[in-house]
Design a protein around this ligand. Structure first.
Ligand code: ASP
Length: 587
């Protein structure tokens, strides 16, 4: 037997018991006749004591022990004289009688401790060692719990878990496909699913009624901290369902997960239309952990001879409470430069500080103190506050001010740790105009249903009318992160064809890409809708972290590489030939 207990289990009440433990040597400290070893496994760390006077026969073996050696010990639990209150097993130690070295270890390239000395690259190369570290292990264990609880909730609600294929034809979620060459059909390719979207809709045509799957999706996109080329969704679809019922079902899932895992009652989620979210926060995923809502100032600032404001389509401000004296001129200059970086692209920043010794502003030349006071009243600024104003084209200005709002929230410490602020954003636009390609794209995806009241308007050829069409599409947002999104689907072949044509698909193209779905719709497709959650992101947000990589056992780096297994990598000429692929050498 390798163990009677694990390394996190023994307490003072076990004193006197004979036990067997197995694990990894974390640290070994030699004090002459006494050697202390921290033995580690997934469950914790237990201190072992080797007493050379009592057990001289173990001495030689004990001296061989190195970091990360795998050992088995037999011994007796005893109370520790020098207790460690930071460890659950800190009241006891094991007086060892027998030692087996089960395996040796090379010295690991970084320390296997909560705070390691290993850099990112090294830890990724030796991810299996990184995964021995407690914080990393806890993330993976957390993820597992979340998946298990998700399955429990959905199974209780009558959902069926169905696997859909990975070797498929392109699904349009707006990214590039990863493709897999087919050996048996030279010159042709499968695409890996960007999501199981079309399959889950087909399952509704099949009458499965309530489907879910915790499933890998693949998108060939430029990577950022919260993106991975392969990631996991909790993917769901339901039949004979209204938007209201979907929101309730999945709000229920989120509430259940927070309650069972964090013992937090989330309360009912507020709902906000897309337009409202954009107007109040300049974002379709507003972070509601703090206020600082947008104030529209165009009217209040116009007609005072300040051309920049007079000519701007919109002038929008946010009020930072009680901080006018916290930002020096240098800070303001730095903040302005931060906004002017190409990533944000603001032209400039106007501020008004409502200080105790009077009002200070970058636009004092154009506006009297009374003017500035009045502007302050419009947006609810009081003495001690600072008003930050951006101006320009409405959409751009909102986006820039959203960035500034989030930055101010961070700088002023307004985001309380451990706070969770969920909401639903509803009534997304159906279509999104792209200036570069001069065409509409689906804001969610091409299968999303327009609002009933907007179906007629789909016949319009007016870009403004089409751009204003609204869809039965919704996102769940928590703490400013889009956790999930979905929609009611089109289930009528004609309407689907109209939508494809608005998206610039010729009937032939639509038939070629999605003929299978359109055909299925001819055999009695039920009304249906669904949602998918970004599972990796949900793990990160629920843990109060923002890097999804920390919740993936074997993630890719920012270049999309797995440095541990060295992928992607070249394949040999024979394999390429078999696949009928010619690769030009990269000289
Ligand atoms: N397939 C969609 C996505 O991946 C989710 C959905 O509409 O259910 O975003």
């Amino acid at each position: 037997m390798y163990r009677t207990h694990n390394c996190g289990q023994l307490r003072l009440t076990d004193a006197g018991s004979s036990v067997t433990l197995s694990g990894w040597v974390s640290i070994s400290r030699d004090f002459g006749s006494l050697t202390f070893v921290d033995l580690r496994d997934r469950y914790g760390i237990t201190q072992l004591v080797f007493d050379a006077d009592a057990r001289p026969e173990l001495r030689q073996q004990v001296q061989q022990l190195g970091r990360e050696y795998v050992i088995r010990v037999k011994g007796v639990v005893r109370e520790r004289s020098n207790k460690n209150p930071n460890r659950e097993t800190g009241d006891i130690e094991i007086e060892v009688n027998e030692l087996d070295i089960l395996n040796q270890s090379k010295t690991p390239p970084f320390t296997i401790e909560d705070n390691t000395d290993g850099g990112d690259d090294l830890r990724m190369k030796y991810r299996y060692l990184d995964l021995r570290r407690n914080p990393v292990q806890q993330n993976i264990i957390f993820r597992s719990r979340l998946a298990i609880e998700t399955r429990k909730y959905l199974a209780d609600q009558g959902f069926i878990e169905v696997e859909t294929p990975f070797l498929i034809k392109s699904t349009p979620e707006g990214a590039r496909d990863f493709v897999v060459p087919s050996r048996m059909n030279p010159g042709t390719f499968y695409a890996l699913p960007q999501s199981p979207q079309t399959f889950k809709q087909l399952l509704m045509v099949s009458g499965l009624d309530k489907y879910f799957q915790i499933v890998k999706c693949f998108r060939d996109e430029d990577l950022r901290a919260d993106r991975q080329p392969e990631f996991t969704q909790i993917d769901c679809e339901m039949s004979f369902i209204t938007q209201e019922e979907i929101l309730n079902t999945f709000e229920g899932l989120a509430k259940y997960l927070f309650k069972t895992i964090h013992n937090i009652d989330l309360g009912d989620f507020p709902r906000m239309t897309y337009d409202e979210a954009m107007t109040r926060y300049g974002s379709d995923k507003p972070d509601l952990r703090f206020g600082m809502e947008f104030a529209y100032l165009k009217e209040a600032v116009s007609g005072r001879g300040f051309a920049v404001f007079d000519q701007a389509e919109n002038v929008i401000g946010i009020v930072a409470k009680d901080c006018e004296d916290r930002f020096s001129n240098k800070d303001m200059k730095e903040l302005t430069e931060w906004l002017q970086r190409p990533q944000i692209g603001a032209k400039g920043l106007v501020y008004v500080k409502y200080g105790k010794d009077g009002i200070k502003s970058t636009i004092g030349k154009f506006y009297s103190d009374e003017d500035l006071q009045r502007i302050g009243e419009v947006c609810g600024a009081q003495q001690g506050d600072m008003l930050l104003i951006l101006c320009g084209e409405t959409e751009k200005t909102r986006k820039q001010l959203n960035e500034l709002r989030l930055e101010m929230g961070r700088r002023l410490g307004l985001i309380k740790e451990g706070a969770f602020k969920p909401l639903w954003v509803v009534d997304f636009p159906l279509l999104e105009w792209d200036e570069d390609t001069q065409r509409f794209y689906a804001m969610h995806h091409p299968f999303t249903a327009p609002k009933q009241s907007d179906i007629e308007k789909m016949k319009s050829s007016d870009r403004a009318v089409l751009g204003n069409l609204r869809a039965d599409a919704y996102d769940m947002v928590i703490n400013g992160v889009e956790i999930g999104g979905g929609s009611i689907r089109i289930f009528d072949k004609e309407l689907q064809a109209t939508n494809f044509s608005l998206l610039g698909f010729s009937p032939e193209e639509a038939e070629r890409q999605f003929g299978f779905l359109m055909n299925a719709f001819e055999y009695g497709a039920p009304p249906h809708g669904g949602i998918a959650f970004g599972f990796d992101r949900l793990c990160a947000v629920m843990s109060g972290q923002n890097n999804i990589r920390d919740f993936i056992a074997f993630p890719k780096n920012n270049q999309g590489r797995d440095v541990m297994i060295d992928a992607p990598s070249a394949i040999d000429a024979g394999q390429l030939k078999e696949l009928g692929i010619e690769v030009k050498s990269q000289s």
